[in-house]
Design a binder for this molecule. Structure first.
Ligand SMILES: Nc1ncnc2c1ncn2[C@@H]1O[C@H](COP(=O)(O)OP(=O)(O)OP(=O)(O)O)[C@@H](O)[C@H]1O
Ligand SMILES: [Mg+2]
Length: 408
């Protein structure tokens, strides 16, 4: 590049100056004192020759200049497309904004992560970003690899890993902001699954001991209750109440054990379509209609764990539709995953309890144990799947993703 700029300097500044000086000399020579005709002719011939030579050189330099200019332009285009290619190829979103926080550039992953179909360039930050990104940009805050649970304009919540920095021009003055962000949602879900598995293992170990300790005294109490029953001591009603409570406690312990007991999932052929068809037909209460669209879907998994998970979800769905409605079930086999959607038309899950429903023993039902969804989550995690739900006043939709081949 220094060689190119040296040539450019010569051609654009020095050469015209030299040309003007020579022109002036030429004019002066023409005006000088009269000479003999012969002298005049040879002098004029010399000057004209020099002039032609100069014009030739000028043209040659002009051509050189054009070639250099073209080369410089090509190189600039090359460098620009190279950097654009790099920025477009990274899986992270890259967005630059000017000093008024209007987007000047955004790569394709940025639009994909933010689920924006319209081009981002030219839009103000307020049109595109929501909190906390809006405040970060407004305050021109610099953050380094921070993680945020971010709600997209579509209402979907994702985990974002964010880095922002100020943008400076070559004189060191701030001219805007650059932000780089990555969608960490899948990674976070994977992390949660690993934590959940670890938690299940420790829970299994602790709870087996506790359940055992509780069952022994419970067996002794029921023994005494039976003796009292036989003696006909006159407290029949009270004795019956004690027996009832013992049964409830025993069932709770049994349910908890089935949740906490460590399980190694099987890996056998399961006909998902048949399994779902059987389950809904057996359990369906009056007033509830079925809308089934089930693909043919054979997978390798654990039938018992799946049956238990579907049963609990369908039971919850039926229980939420006291006034009847349609229960929709969809089964689609997509490549390596089977997707099961169970959607009821019930009362929905209130916003304030949504983060508690998977906790063991959390229930809002008089006769519920609160273990139904914990078992669903445990079983689906054990077979390597994942589950999500969305809910509103018109009903609740659970979506299960189940691997067609189990890998671990
Ligand atoms: N489809 C649904 N519609 C509305 N609320 C639901 C739905 N599924 C779960 N819930 C809510 O989540 C809570 C926990 O559900 P979970 O299945 O774990 O326990 P449960 O149904 O209360 O008890 P159990 O499953 O032992 O009968 C429920 O009490 C209910 O408030
Ligand atoms: Mg339940």
């Amino acid at each position: 590049m220094p060689e190119v700029s040296g040539n450019l300097l010569f051609l654009t500044v020095l050469f015209p100056v030299i040309f003007i000086i020579l022109g002036l000399i030429f004019i002066r020579m023409l005006r000088k004192a009269p000479k003999t005709t012969k002298e005049k002719r040879s002098e004029t011939a010399f000057i004209v020759e020099t002039f032609h030579e100069l014009v030739g050189k000028l043209k040659e330099k002009e051509r050189e200049l054009e070639v250099l200019r073209q080369k410089a332009e090509e190189r600039a285009v090359e460098i620009e497309s190279y950097s654009t290619n790099i920025i477009q190829s990274v899986p992270s979103g890259v967005v630059s904004l000017d000093d008024d926080l209007v987007v000047t550039f955004a790569n394709t992953p940025a639009s994909e992560i933010l689920r924006e179909k319209e081009p981002l360039a030219g839009k103000s930050y307020e049109e595109i970003f929501r909190e906390p990104l809006r405040s970060i940009l407004k305050k021109r805050e610099t953050v380094k690899r921070r993680e945020y649970l971010y709600e997209l304009r579509t209402g979907e919540k994702i985990w974002l890993g964010l880095t922002t920095s100020k943008l400076y021009n070559s004189s060191g003055e701030p001219i805007g902001m650059v932000m780089v962000f990555t969608d960490l949602t899948e990674l976070k879900a994977l992390e949660r699954q690993i934590q959940f598995r670890q938690w299940l293992t420790s829970l299994g170990e602790i709870s087996l001991g506790i359940a055992h300790e509780l069952r022994n005294p419970l067996a002794v109490i029921s023994g005494y209750v039976r003796i009292l029953e036989k003696k006909k001591a006159g407290f029949e009603e009270e004795i019956e109440a004690i027996s009832r409570e013992i049964k409830v406690m025993d069932r709770t312990i049994e349910n908890f054990l089935s949740f906490a007991r460590p399980v190694t999932p099987a890996n056998v052929d399961v006909d998902l379509r048949l399994l779902l068809e059987d389950l809904v037909r057996v359990e369906r209460p009056e007033g509830v209609d079925l809308d089934l669209k089930l693909d043919e879907c054979m997978i390798k998994s654990d039938e018992i764990l799946l049956r238990q998970a579907f049963t609990n979800l369908i039971k919850n769905a039926f229980e939420s539709m006291e006034e009847g409605g349609i229960l929709r079930i969809r089964l689609t086999c997509k490549g390596s995953r089977a997707i099961v959607e169970i959607e009821d038309a019930g009362r929905g899950i209130p916003e304030q309890i949504r983060d508690k429903i998977f906790l063991p023993f959390y229930t809002t039902k008089e006769k519920g144990t609160g273990l139904g969804l914990s078992i669903v989550q445990k079983n689906i995690t054990l077979i390597g799947g994942s589950l999500n739900f969305s809910s509103g006043p018109g009903g609740t939709r659970f979506v299960l993703e189940i691997p067609v081949e189990r890998s671990g």
